[in-house]
Design a protein around this ligand. Structure first.
Ligand code: SAM
Length: 284
């Protein structure tokens, strides 16, 4: 067993982009354990080379979790200290490791978490939201109906999910068609050169990402409530209604969407909204 670390399974968080985002404790553990189990030895080598760490690497990825867990458990039985890392961020957060941690606990080995970056926590530190509560569901399901069902089921949550760039537009399209009044935060490439955080309604985000096809890694949050929540009275007079219609029109919503949003949120009929929209068209 190496010197300055005890015999244990260390779960070590590593950067989600910027290689400087590594803790002193993580470096100490990675340097001094006997073995580092990682998803992809090439990816982890880039980090280790930057910090001149020569610890032996073995691979541990989602396709070999069960079999590799047994190998790693054997190392633990043989008094070795092990660090588990993933390609990026915190292991077990949408990354492999559960099987290993489970068997290590069952066999009485000590688990020592070494905290550090994770895309979800980094994201949460950069977007505003009321209250502390949120629900993280990992990646969204792939089938459209299941996506809509997930959004419906969680409409009263601050719902956070990871997203691949080639699915972002499709998701925003579903949102603009089915949840036009949702406020949404999209963060791309956190801690990296092209980091970008946008907070808007689905329509505006859809238009933006249609013009600027998204690349890289993405986290999304659907806010509980909606973009009109700050003035969510049950009823309103005509002047107020006019102002809200104008605000939604200026944001790019279509007439049908505007009447749907306002009728769902306030005590007004779709027809009343249509009438105002019609009047507006005549006077424009
Ligand atoms: N274990 C990682 C963590 O702690 O965040 C997550 C691994 S999961 C396989 C990869 C997903 O996390 C990406 O598809 C993306 O949705 C999100 N992600 C990872 N790095 C990110 C970054 N720098 N910016 C935005 N999202 C990121």
């Amino acid at each position: 067993m190496a010197n300055s670390v005890e015999k244990a399974l260390y779960i070590v968080a590593t950067p989600i982009g910027n290689l400087n985002d590594i803790t002193l404790r993580a470096l100490d553990v990675l340097k001094n354990v006997d073995i580092i189990a990682c998803e992809d030895t090439r990816t982890t080598s880039i980090l280790l080379n930057k910090y001149s760490i020569n610890t032996k690497l073995i691979s541990y990825h989602k396709f070999s979790e069960k079999q590799k867990s047994e190998v790693i458990l054997n190392y633990l039985f043989n008094d070795k200290s092990i660090a588990l890392v993933s390609d990026a961020g915190t292991p077990l957060i949408c990354d492999p490791g559960s099987t290993l941690v489970d068997s290590a606990i069952k066999n009485g080995f000590k688990i020592i978490p070494i905290p550090g970056p994770s895309a979800i926590i980094t994201f949460l530190s950069a977007v505003n939201k009321e209250g502390e509560d949120f629900k993280f569901i990992g990646f969204l399901p792939r089938v459209k109906n299941q996506i809509i069902e997930t959004f419906l089921k969680n409409k009263n949550e601050n719902l956070i999910f990871y997203q691949s760039p080639n699915r972002l537009l499709e998701t925003l399209e579903i949102l603009k068609d089915n949840f036009p009044s949702k406020k949404i935060a999209v963060a791309r490439e956190l801690t990296k050169k092209f980091e970008e955080i946008k907070i808007d309604c689905a329509l505006n985000l859809f238009n933006f990402y249609t013009k600027n096809p998204p690349k890289g890694e993405i986290v999304v949050m659907l806010y509980k409530g909606n973009i009109l929540e700050e003035s969510n009275n049950d009823s309103m007079d005509n002047e107020e209604l006019n102002q809200k219609i104008k605000k939604l029109k200026d944001s790019g919503f279509k007439d049908k969407e505007i009447s749907l949003i306002l009728s769902k949120l306030y005590d007004v009929s779709k027809n009343a909204v249509y009438d105002i929209l019609l009047e507006k068209k005549k006077s424009d």
